[in-house]
Design a protein around this ligand. Structure first.
Ligand code: BGC
Length: 405
Protein backbone atom coordinates (compact mmCIF):
# COMPACT_ATOMS: atom_id res chain seq x y z
CA UNK A 1 0.00 0.00 0.00
CA UNK A 2 1.19 3.52 -0.81
CA UNK A 3 0.90 6.33 1.71
CA UNK A 4 1.01 9.98 0.70
CA UNK A 5 2.27 12.45 3.25
CA UNK A 6 0.73 15.90 3.73
CA UNK A 7 2.02 18.26 1.05
CA UNK A 8 3.98 20.50 3.41
CA UNK A 9 5.60 17.56 5.25
CA UNK A 10 9.23 18.30 6.23
CA UNK A 11 11.84 15.64 5.48
CA UNK A 12 15.20 16.27 7.02
CA UNK A 13 18.05 15.30 9.29
CA UNK A 14 19.56 16.52 12.55
CA UNK A 15 23.03 17.33 13.88
CA UNK A 16 24.50 18.92 16.96
CA UNK A 17 27.45 21.31 17.12
CA UNK A 18 29.66 19.42 19.56
CA UNK A 19 29.13 16.06 17.89
CA UNK A 20 29.84 17.26 14.36
CA UNK A 21 31.76 20.55 14.19
CA UNK A 22 35.10 19.78 15.82
CA UNK A 23 37.36 22.23 17.62
CA UNK A 24 34.98 22.91 20.49
CA UNK A 25 37.50 23.07 23.31
CA UNK A 26 35.84 25.68 25.50
CA UNK A 27 33.09 23.49 26.95
CA UNK A 28 32.50 20.95 29.72
CA UNK A 29 32.54 17.92 27.40
CA UNK A 30 36.04 18.63 26.06
CA UNK A 31 37.31 18.77 29.62
CA UNK A 32 35.42 15.66 30.67
CA UNK A 33 36.85 13.54 27.85
CA UNK A 34 40.38 14.50 28.87
CA UNK A 35 39.82 14.02 32.60
CA UNK A 36 38.13 10.63 32.17
CA UNK A 37 40.53 9.35 29.52
CA UNK A 38 37.66 8.89 27.05
CA UNK A 39 37.95 8.99 23.30
CA UNK A 40 38.15 12.71 22.44
CA UNK A 41 35.91 14.47 19.95
CA UNK A 42 38.72 16.78 18.72
CA UNK A 43 38.00 17.46 15.02
CA UNK A 44 34.75 15.44 15.17
CA UNK A 45 33.59 15.38 11.52
CA UNK A 46 35.12 18.76 10.78
CA UNK A 47 31.64 19.96 9.94
CA UNK A 48 32.68 23.46 11.08
CA UNK A 49 34.83 23.72 7.97
CA UNK A 50 32.87 21.41 5.69
CA UNK A 51 29.27 22.50 6.27
CA UNK A 52 28.87 23.70 2.67
CA UNK A 53 29.82 20.27 1.32
CA UNK A 54 27.60 18.59 3.94
CA UNK A 55 24.57 20.71 3.10
CA UNK A 56 25.10 20.17 -0.58
CA UNK A 57 24.90 16.41 0.13
CA UNK A 58 21.73 17.06 2.14
CA UNK A 59 20.35 18.83 -0.92
CA UNK A 60 21.32 15.87 -3.08
CA UNK A 61 19.24 13.75 -0.68
CA UNK A 62 16.22 16.07 -1.20
CA UNK A 63 16.16 17.13 2.42
CA UNK A 64 13.99 20.13 3.19
CA UNK A 65 15.12 20.74 6.79
CA UNK A 66 18.29 20.52 8.83
CA UNK A 67 18.25 20.73 12.59
CA UNK A 68 21.58 21.87 14.05
CA UNK A 69 22.70 23.51 17.28
CA UNK A 70 24.61 26.66 18.02
CA UNK A 71 27.56 26.12 20.36
CA UNK A 72 27.09 28.49 23.30
CA UNK A 73 30.73 28.02 24.40
CA UNK A 74 31.99 29.07 20.98
CA UNK A 75 29.84 32.19 20.82
CA UNK A 76 30.49 33.30 24.40
CA UNK A 77 34.14 32.85 25.37
CA UNK A 78 33.35 34.30 28.83
CA UNK A 79 30.13 35.45 30.48
CA UNK A 80 30.55 38.89 28.94
CA UNK A 81 32.55 38.32 25.72
CA UNK A 82 30.42 37.55 22.79
CA UNK A 83 32.49 36.29 19.87
CA UNK A 84 31.28 38.00 16.71
CA UNK A 85 33.29 35.79 14.38
CA UNK A 86 31.55 32.66 15.66
CA UNK A 87 28.18 34.29 15.16
CA UNK A 88 29.31 35.21 11.65
CA UNK A 89 30.02 31.55 11.06
CA UNK A 90 26.48 30.55 12.06
CA UNK A 91 25.11 33.31 9.84
CA UNK A 92 26.91 31.71 6.98
CA UNK A 93 25.62 28.25 8.00
CA UNK A 94 22.04 29.52 7.91
CA UNK A 95 22.59 31.43 4.67
CA UNK A 96 24.00 28.29 3.04
CA UNK A 97 20.97 26.27 4.13
CA UNK A 98 18.61 28.87 2.70
CA UNK A 99 20.56 28.96 -0.54
CA UNK A 100 19.85 25.23 -0.92
CA UNK A 101 16.17 25.74 -0.05
CA UNK A 102 16.66 23.92 3.27
CA UNK A 103 14.85 25.13 6.37
CA UNK A 104 17.06 25.64 9.46
CA UNK A 105 15.69 24.36 12.77
CA UNK A 106 17.98 25.65 15.49
CA UNK A 107 18.70 24.17 18.92
CA UNK A 108 20.14 26.49 21.55
CA UNK A 109 21.34 23.92 24.09
CA UNK A 110 22.38 20.43 23.02
CA UNK A 111 24.02 18.99 26.17
CA UNK A 112 27.22 21.12 26.24
CA UNK A 113 27.97 24.12 28.49
CA UNK A 114 30.79 26.66 28.44
CA UNK A 115 33.51 25.89 31.03
CA UNK A 116 33.14 29.39 32.52
CA UNK A 117 29.45 28.61 33.14
CA UNK A 118 30.35 25.35 34.91
CA UNK A 119 33.01 27.14 36.97
CA UNK A 120 30.28 29.41 38.27
CA UNK A 121 28.19 26.44 39.41
CA UNK A 122 26.44 25.60 36.12
CA UNK A 123 22.76 24.66 36.12
CA UNK A 124 22.81 23.99 39.85
CA UNK A 125 22.59 27.71 40.62
CA UNK A 126 19.32 29.56 39.97
CA UNK A 127 21.23 32.81 39.41
CA UNK A 128 23.05 31.24 36.43
CA UNK A 129 19.82 30.88 34.47
CA UNK A 130 20.24 34.51 33.38
CA UNK A 131 23.58 33.68 31.78
CA UNK A 132 21.87 31.21 29.47
CA UNK A 133 19.06 33.67 28.81
CA UNK A 134 21.54 36.33 27.81
CA UNK A 135 22.97 33.98 25.18
CA UNK A 136 19.48 32.95 24.08
CA UNK A 137 18.24 36.48 23.68
CA UNK A 138 21.32 37.69 21.81
CA UNK A 139 21.28 34.70 19.45
CA UNK A 140 17.58 34.81 18.67
CA UNK A 141 17.70 38.57 17.98
CA UNK A 142 20.59 38.08 15.57
CA UNK A 143 18.84 35.38 13.56
CA UNK A 144 15.27 36.59 13.88
CA UNK A 145 14.81 37.24 10.20
CA UNK A 146 16.39 33.96 9.07
CA UNK A 147 15.06 31.37 11.51
CA UNK A 148 11.44 30.65 12.43
CA UNK A 149 11.79 27.42 14.43
CA UNK A 150 13.73 27.21 17.69
CA UNK A 151 14.35 24.36 20.10
CA UNK A 152 15.50 25.82 23.39
CA UNK A 153 16.69 22.57 24.96
CA UNK A 154 17.60 19.12 23.74
CA UNK A 155 16.40 16.22 25.93
CA UNK A 156 16.55 17.75 29.41
CA UNK A 157 15.66 14.39 31.00
CA UNK A 158 18.55 12.59 29.27
CA UNK A 159 20.91 15.41 30.24
CA UNK A 160 19.73 15.17 33.82
CA UNK A 161 19.81 11.40 34.06
CA UNK A 162 23.29 10.98 32.57
CA UNK A 163 24.85 14.01 34.25
CA UNK A 164 23.26 13.92 37.69
CA UNK A 165 21.85 10.44 38.40
CA UNK A 166 23.94 7.79 36.65
CA UNK A 167 26.86 10.25 36.48
CA UNK A 168 28.26 8.94 33.19
CA UNK A 169 28.27 12.43 31.63
CA UNK A 170 29.61 15.70 33.01
CA UNK A 171 29.46 16.86 35.73
CA UNK A 172 29.38 13.19 36.87
CA UNK A 173 27.06 13.73 39.86
CA UNK A 174 24.95 11.01 41.42
CA UNK A 175 22.46 12.97 43.45
CA UNK A 176 18.70 13.07 43.06
CA UNK A 177 18.44 16.30 45.02
CA UNK A 178 20.96 18.06 42.74
CA UNK A 179 19.16 16.63 39.71
CA UNK A 180 15.92 18.19 40.97
CA UNK A 181 17.57 21.60 41.35
CA UNK A 182 19.07 21.38 37.87
CA UNK A 183 15.71 20.39 36.40
CA UNK A 184 13.99 23.34 38.07
CA UNK A 185 16.62 25.76 36.75
CA UNK A 186 16.57 24.36 33.24
CA UNK A 187 12.81 24.50 33.11
CA UNK A 188 12.82 28.04 34.39
CA UNK A 189 15.33 28.89 31.62
CA UNK A 190 12.99 27.22 29.15
CA UNK A 191 9.88 29.08 30.29
CA UNK A 192 11.50 32.50 30.41
CA UNK A 193 13.31 31.74 27.16
CA UNK A 194 10.02 30.79 25.50
CA UNK A 195 8.46 34.12 26.48
CA UNK A 196 11.57 36.03 25.44
CA UNK A 197 11.55 34.49 21.97
CA UNK A 198 7.86 35.36 21.57
CA UNK A 199 8.68 38.90 22.65
CA UNK A 200 11.54 39.18 20.15
CA UNK A 201 9.23 38.20 17.28
CA UNK A 202 6.25 40.26 18.48
CA UNK A 203 6.41 42.77 15.60
CA UNK A 204 7.77 40.39 13.03
CA UNK A 205 5.85 39.00 10.06
CA UNK A 206 7.40 35.61 10.81
CA UNK A 207 5.28 33.29 12.91
CA UNK A 208 7.87 31.83 15.24
CA UNK A 209 7.58 28.23 16.48
CA UNK A 210 9.26 27.36 19.77
CA UNK A 211 9.64 24.08 21.60
CA UNK A 212 12.17 21.60 22.98
CA UNK A 213 13.35 18.21 21.70
CA UNK A 214 11.99 15.62 24.10
CA UNK A 215 13.33 12.08 24.16
CA UNK A 216 10.65 9.40 24.53
CA UNK A 217 11.23 5.72 25.20
CA UNK A 218 8.63 3.02 25.26
CA UNK A 219 8.86 1.52 28.74
CA UNK A 220 7.51 -2.03 28.90
CA UNK A 221 7.37 -4.61 31.71
CA UNK A 222 10.17 -7.20 31.51
CA UNK A 223 8.82 -10.73 30.96
CA UNK A 224 10.92 -11.97 33.92
CA UNK A 225 9.65 -11.88 37.54
CA UNK A 226 6.20 -10.58 38.52
CA UNK A 227 4.83 -8.97 35.38
CA UNK A 228 2.24 -6.91 37.19
CA UNK A 229 4.88 -5.27 39.40
CA UNK A 230 7.21 -4.76 36.44
CA UNK A 231 4.29 -3.00 34.79
CA UNK A 232 4.05 -0.61 37.74
CA UNK A 233 7.73 0.33 37.36
CA UNK A 234 7.38 0.73 33.60
CA UNK A 235 4.48 3.14 34.02
CA UNK A 236 6.21 5.13 36.78
CA UNK A 237 9.28 5.50 34.56
CA UNK A 238 7.13 6.39 31.60
CA UNK A 239 5.38 9.11 33.57
CA UNK A 240 8.58 10.60 34.98
CA UNK A 241 10.80 10.22 31.96
CA UNK A 242 8.35 10.71 29.08
CA UNK A 243 5.44 12.83 30.16
CA UNK A 244 6.11 14.96 33.26
CA UNK A 245 7.94 17.76 31.41
CA UNK A 246 5.51 17.66 28.47
CA UNK A 247 2.50 17.77 30.83
CA UNK A 248 3.80 20.77 32.70
CA UNK A 249 4.75 22.75 29.56
CA UNK A 250 1.47 21.88 27.87
CA UNK A 251 -0.40 23.19 30.89
CA UNK A 252 1.48 26.48 30.64
CA UNK A 253 0.96 26.53 26.84
CA UNK A 254 4.68 26.86 26.32
CA UNK A 255 5.18 24.58 23.34
CA UNK A 256 4.07 25.53 19.84
CA UNK A 257 4.66 21.96 18.69
CA UNK A 258 6.06 18.76 20.19
CA UNK A 259 9.66 18.00 19.23
CA UNK A 260 10.04 14.25 19.68
CA UNK A 261 13.24 12.17 19.68
CA UNK A 262 12.57 8.43 19.58
CA UNK A 263 15.00 5.52 19.36
CA UNK A 264 13.95 2.39 21.26
CA UNK A 265 11.96 0.28 23.69
CA UNK A 266 13.15 -0.33 27.25
CA UNK A 267 12.35 -3.36 29.47
CA UNK A 268 11.83 -2.61 33.16
CA UNK A 269 11.87 -4.80 36.21
CA UNK A 270 10.34 -3.91 39.56
CA UNK A 271 12.96 -2.83 42.09
CA UNK A 272 11.23 -0.26 44.22
CA UNK A 273 8.67 1.80 42.33
CA UNK A 274 11.19 3.24 39.89
CA UNK A 275 12.40 -0.24 38.96
CA UNK A 276 15.46 -0.83 36.82
CA UNK A 277 16.18 -1.29 33.17
CA UNK A 278 16.98 -4.82 31.96
CA UNK A 279 19.41 -4.74 29.10
CA UNK A 280 19.37 -8.48 28.36
CA UNK A 281 15.95 -9.95 27.92
CA UNK A 282 15.42 -13.38 26.47
CA UNK A 283 13.19 -13.05 23.42
CA UNK A 284 13.41 -9.27 23.79
CA UNK A 285 13.85 -8.64 20.06
CA UNK A 286 16.59 -7.22 17.90
CA UNK A 287 19.18 -4.88 19.40
CA UNK A 288 21.15 -2.31 17.43
CA UNK A 289 24.92 -1.69 17.65
CA UNK A 290 24.46 0.12 20.97
CA UNK A 291 22.36 -2.69 22.49
CA UNK A 292 19.10 -0.72 22.18
CA UNK A 293 15.92 -2.70 21.50
CA UNK A 294 14.63 -1.73 18.08
CA UNK A 295 10.84 -1.54 17.93
CA UNK A 296 8.80 0.40 15.42
CA UNK A 297 5.49 -0.56 17.08
CA UNK A 298 6.67 1.23 20.21
CA UNK A 299 7.18 4.32 18.05
CA UNK A 300 3.60 4.04 16.79
CA UNK A 301 2.19 3.60 20.30
CA UNK A 302 4.09 6.59 21.65
CA UNK A 303 2.94 8.76 18.76
CA UNK A 304 -0.66 7.78 19.45
CA UNK A 305 -0.22 8.68 23.12
CA UNK A 306 0.72 12.24 22.12
CA UNK A 307 -2.69 12.99 20.59
CA UNK A 308 -3.91 14.20 23.95
CA UNK A 309 -1.67 17.28 23.78
CA UNK A 310 -3.48 18.50 20.66
CA UNK A 311 -0.28 19.95 19.27
CA UNK A 312 1.47 19.41 15.96
CA UNK A 313 4.48 17.10 16.16
CA UNK A 314 7.89 17.18 14.51
CA UNK A 315 10.08 14.11 14.93
CA UNK A 316 13.26 15.98 15.78
CA UNK A 317 15.34 12.75 15.94
CA UNK A 318 14.87 9.12 14.95
CA UNK A 319 17.62 6.80 13.82
CA UNK A 320 19.97 3.98 14.63
CA UNK A 321 23.61 2.91 14.72
CA UNK A 322 24.16 -0.53 13.20
CA UNK A 323 27.02 -2.97 12.80
CA UNK A 324 25.46 -4.46 9.70
CA UNK A 325 24.56 -2.00 6.90
CA UNK A 326 21.36 -3.85 5.92
CA UNK A 327 19.65 -2.89 9.18
CA UNK A 328 19.65 0.85 8.47
CA UNK A 329 17.11 0.36 5.72
CA UNK A 330 14.96 -1.96 7.87
CA UNK A 331 14.95 0.55 10.69
CA UNK A 332 14.12 3.48 8.42
CA UNK A 333 11.34 1.74 6.51
CA UNK A 334 9.71 0.15 9.54
CA UNK A 335 9.75 3.38 11.54
CA UNK A 336 8.41 5.40 8.62
CA UNK A 337 5.63 2.85 8.28
CA UNK A 338 4.70 3.45 11.93
CA UNK A 339 4.86 7.18 11.33
CA UNK A 340 2.56 6.88 8.32
CA UNK A 341 0.13 4.73 10.29
CA UNK A 342 0.03 7.29 13.08
CA UNK A 343 -0.68 10.05 10.53
CA UNK A 344 -3.47 7.87 9.10
CA UNK A 345 -4.84 7.63 12.62
CA UNK A 346 -5.00 11.43 12.78
CA UNK A 347 -1.84 12.11 14.77
CA UNK A 348 -0.79 15.56 13.52
CA UNK A 349 2.83 14.94 12.46
CA UNK A 350 4.41 17.68 10.35
CA UNK A 351 7.97 16.52 9.87
CA UNK A 352 10.59 13.82 10.34
CA UNK A 353 14.33 14.36 10.91
CA UNK A 354 16.69 11.41 10.76
CA UNK A 355 19.46 11.36 13.38
CA UNK A 356 21.91 12.07 11.94
CA UNK A 357 22.96 13.73 8.68
CA UNK A 358 26.54 12.52 9.28
CA UNK A 359 28.26 9.86 11.35
CA UNK A 360 29.45 11.78 14.39
CA UNK A 361 30.80 11.76 17.93
CA UNK A 362 28.43 9.75 20.15
CA UNK A 363 29.29 11.27 23.55
CA UNK A 364 30.71 8.71 26.02
CA UNK A 365 30.61 6.05 23.27
CA UNK A 366 33.03 7.96 21.02
CA UNK A 367 33.18 7.47 17.25
CA UNK A 368 32.20 3.76 17.21
CA UNK A 369 28.43 4.11 16.71
CA UNK A 370 27.52 5.41 13.26
CA UNK A 371 24.13 7.06 12.83
CA UNK A 372 24.70 8.95 9.57
CA UNK A 373 22.80 9.09 6.32
CA UNK A 374 26.34 9.93 5.25
CA UNK A 375 29.32 7.79 6.20
CA UNK A 376 32.38 9.72 7.40
CA UNK A 377 35.91 8.38 7.09
CA UNK A 378 37.49 9.97 10.17
CA UNK A 379 41.02 9.70 8.75
CA UNK A 380 40.42 11.50 5.48
CA UNK A 381 37.12 13.21 6.45
CA UNK A 382 35.69 11.91 3.20
CA UNK A 383 31.91 11.69 3.02
CA UNK A 384 29.97 8.91 1.31
CA UNK A 385 26.19 8.64 1.12
CA UNK A 386 24.97 5.30 2.52
CA UNK A 387 22.74 3.10 0.36
CA UNK A 388 19.71 3.40 2.63
CA UNK A 389 19.95 7.20 2.42
CA UNK A 390 19.08 6.99 -1.28
CA UNK A 391 15.82 5.25 -0.28
CA UNK A 392 15.17 8.07 2.14
CA UNK A 393 15.92 10.60 -0.61
CA UNK A 394 13.35 8.95 -2.86
CA UNK A 395 10.69 9.05 -0.15
CA UNK A 396 11.51 12.71 0.51
CA UNK A 397 11.31 13.55 -3.19
CA UNK A 398 8.05 11.72 -3.82
CA UNK A 399 6.56 12.45 -0.38
CA UNK A 400 5.19 8.95 -0.58
CA UNK A 401 5.97 5.72 1.20
CA UNK A 402 5.50 2.15 0.07
CA UNK A 403 4.46 0.58 3.41
CA UNK A 404 6.86 -1.97 4.86
CA UNK A 405 5.22 -5.37 5.57
C1 BGC B 1 20.79 12.95 21.34
C2 BGC B 1 21.95 12.89 20.39
C3 BGC B 1 22.53 11.48 20.36
C4 BGC B 1 21.44 10.53 19.90
C5 BGC B 1 21.87 9.08 19.82
C6 BGC B 1 19.89 11.75 21.32
O1 BGC B 1 19.61 11.37 22.63
O2 BGC B 1 20.08 14.15 21.17
O3 BGC B 1 22.90 13.84 20.77
O4 BGC B 1 23.65 11.38 19.56
O5 BGC B 1 20.38 10.58 20.82
O6 BGC B 1 22.25 8.62 21.05
Amino acid sequence: MQIHFPSSFLWGAALSSYQAEGGNSNCDWALWEKERGLEQSLKACDHYNRYKEDFSLAKELNLGAIRFSIEWARCWRTASDCDESSYKHYHSVIKTLHSFGIKPIVTLHHFTNPTWFINRGGWEKPSNVDLFLKYLSHTVRLFRSEVDTWLILNEPSVYLYNGYISGIWPPGEKSISTAKKVLANMMSAYSTGFQEIKHIYRNSKTKVQVSLAKNLRHFVPAPKGIRLLNGVSASVRSHIFNYSILDSLAKKRQMDFLGINYYCREYDQFKGLLGKELTDVEGGGRKNYLGWYVDERSFYKLLKSLKRYRLPIIITENGTAEGDEQYYEDYLMSHLTSLAQAINDHVDIRGYLWWSLLDNFEWDKGFGPRFGLIHVDYQTMQRKIRDFAYKYAKIARENTLEMFE
